[in-house]
Design a protein around this ligand. Sequence first.
Ligand SMILES: Cc1cc2nc3c(=O)[nH]c(=O)nc-3n(C[C@H](O)[C@H](O)[C@H](O)COP(=O)(O)O)c2cc1C
Length: 376
Amino acid sequence: MKSKIKIFGPETKFYAAFLYFCRPAKTAGRFYMKIGNIDLGDKPLLLAPMEDVTDASFRFICKEFGADMMYTEFISSDGLIRDARKSLEKLVTYDYEAPIGIQIYGNIPEAMTDAAVMAEKAAEIAGGHGADLVDINFGCPVNKIARRGAGSGMMREPDKMVEITRRVVEAVKLPVTVKTRLGWDEDSKIIVELAERLQDAGIQALTIHGRTRCQMYTGEADWTLIGKVKENPRMRIPIIGNGDINSPEKAKEAFGRYGVDGIMIGRATYGHPWIFKEIRHYLDTGELLPQMCVRDRVELARRHLAKSIEIKGERVGILEMRRHLSCYFKGLPDFKETRLKLVTLNDPAELFRTLGEIAVRWGDGDAPEAGNIYGL
Ligand SMILES: Cc1cc2nc3c(=O)[nH]c(=O)nc-3n(C[C@H](O)[C@H](O)[C@H](O)COP(=O)(O)O)c2cc1C
């Protein structure tokens, strides 16, 4: 009997053409990741949103070192729709930060859709660049948020989580993405199924932190389930892996072993924002960059402080720099007294002078070959 399947019939040609257009984008032999129309290049490195850490001045610094995509600190949807000053201030982003996502959280569908619309109109409402995408936080583990059913609290109500996501996607034209965890606890690691449902709700990328809510930040991030999500043949949106990436080698392993499209780096950027450059260099060449010398770290701290004051004014700019300043000089011997100055001085001139003293006292003997490698 003759087969009814025509190998090169019109349907197969159509299907082949369909597959061709759906193939991952490729430039010069390299695949690159896209969220909607946002082209993030090959193996993008993203700065994790971190409350009280990744403000505009820190984002400025991370961008200089090559962060491919960044997010605002999370913004309460209730705060936004109440016009709370702190929430509105967080809507301000700058052109040089693009592409940037504005991240919102909450558990009331109407508040979340209204907040997403405000995030989409951030440039009109708050000035500045606005958002290139809206990210929903379903991962925050802190009690006051998760116990109220927002952030990772949503992992106990996946139907509601998916419903909120669907409504946010419908409410805005910008791409919507989600950042979440593996599940609520050890017995409810629902991420593989949840990822499909979030994709069906219309999100255009998913970031997964490889811990459950109950783990908070303890133990080690488990990337195997992130890898399972990526392996699922039904998944077609980019998957961004997150959790414990703190070295170029770990970053390379995350891409190679778990196949993620991008990686997101959080705590390892404290006092070490040049990690983006170190990782990119290692991925491109297989070589490790030398440590950043103290004089370069002083120059970096100066820039960061100046930007913080420029954006937030002298008083707040200095206060909010304290958590960063001493981190830049971790590990220096006999640093206690100087560290105290960095976290107590209120006068910008004195702070800049103290930074100069660090360069003189601890900068001697720095490996000269490290100078300028980081473009400072
Ligand atoms: C101080 C701090 C603040 C954070 N704030 C946020 C936030 O606003 N939004 C969010 O999605 N995750 C937040 N996170 C979680 C991080 O984005 C990231 O998922 C987590 O730190 C794991 O990544 P890491 O191991 O690279 O740090 C925060 C984490 C820390 C330590």
